[in-house]
Design a binder for this molecule. Structure first.
Ligand code: BG6
Ligand code: MG
Length: 218
């Protein structure tokens, strides 16, 4: 029997396992320019991390003077998704870094349950392209939730599906919305990139391999 505190890890996908967060930015930037928003910045994009497609659109539209109907909003979101999916065609298994691959395999061998908790409706497609289509014990994504991060639904669902309590799982995130969601759900969190120093992040992750230190030291 394992004596580890964390018996499961729930990974966010975009910006954690792969750099698709950069493609989200590029696709939204193209939409922004189409509707004459010329001051859409990475800072705005940071607020879109972890939140659903339509909520991300609302963040973008805060920068527009124009009012858009619901139908126009759906068209814009769809256009962004088409552009984003074109960019996803660039992804293949070489986009999974060695560091991530080694960590995932080491954790799997140690018997840790591994899940995805993503707001994206494209998570299945991305995992396939990375060669991880059948790797995770559980994938909870934007197709199976009704409330996106910072609501904890996605992580609570993943924990339930791997048969663990939130206190037994570590959530790995790159977004404030994701750290908030994990915290609200009763999970400890490991934060990558911009959320390393976010006050609610339990463990800052300078590099991905540190996950092993956290899991095996606790
Ligand atoms: C999250 C991203 O993983 O997925 C957000 O961090 C994105 O930026 C959300 O808006 C929804 O993604 P998709 O692929 O369903 O448009
Ligand atoms: Mg993310």
């Amino acid at each position: 029997m394992s004596a580890n505190k964390y018996l499961g890890i729930i990974f966010d996908l975009d910006g954690v396992l792969c750099s698709t967060d950069e493609y989200h930015y590029e696709a939204w930037k193209a939409i922004a320019e189409e509707i004459d928003i010329n001051n859409f910045t990475p800072k705005d994009n940071n607020r879109q991390r972890g939140v659903s497609r339509m909520e991300s659109l609302e963040i973008l539209l805060e920068k527009s003077e124009r009012k858009f109907t619901d139908k126009e909003k759906l068209i814009l979101a769809d256009k962004k998704n088409q552009r984003y999916k074109e960019l996803l065609n660039n992804i293949n298994s070489f986009d999974l870094s060695d560091e991530v691959r080694v960590a995932l395999n080491t954790l799997r061998k140690a018997g840790i349950k591994l899940a995805i908790g993503s707001s994206s409706k494209n998570a299945g497609l991305i995992l396939e392209r990375l060669g991880l289509g059948n790797f995770f014990d559980v994938v909870v994504d934007g197709n199976s939730i009704t409330k996106s991060k910072p609501n904890p639904e996605v992580f609570l669902k993943a924990a339930q599906m791997i048969g663990l309590q939130p206190s037994q799982c570590l959530v790995v995130e790159d977004a404030i919305s994701g750290i908030e969601a994990g915290t609200a759900g009763g999970f400890d969190t490991a934060g990558i990139g911009g959320v390393m120093s976010y006050p609610k992040t339990t463990y800052p992750l300078r590099d991905f391999s540190q996950i092993m230190n956290i899991v095996f030291a606790n």
